[in-house]
Design a protein. Structure first.
Length: 65
């Protein structure tokens, strides 16, 4: 069978208020995979650059309405 994927990539800004306000650059990328007409699985990675690189990963399932 056929597998449908919706990959994405992007960039933006990241702001922290931990130790004074700092701003930096953010790269993001991931993929959405339809499981059924009602549900979509997703996975993403975010890399933020403020004082070096920090990586965040997310995995989930969304409900489509």
């Amino acid at each position: 069978g056929e597998i449908n994927l919706a990959p994405y990539i992007g960039g933006g800004a990241i702001v922290t208020t931990n130790d004074g306000a700092k701003a930096g650059f953010l790269l993001t990328g991931g993929v959405d995979v339809p499981l059924s007409p009602q549900f979509t699985a997703n996975a993403a990675a975010n890399v933020g650059f403020i004082d070096g690189a920090e990586v965040g990963l997310t995995v989930g399932v969304g409900y489509n309405f």
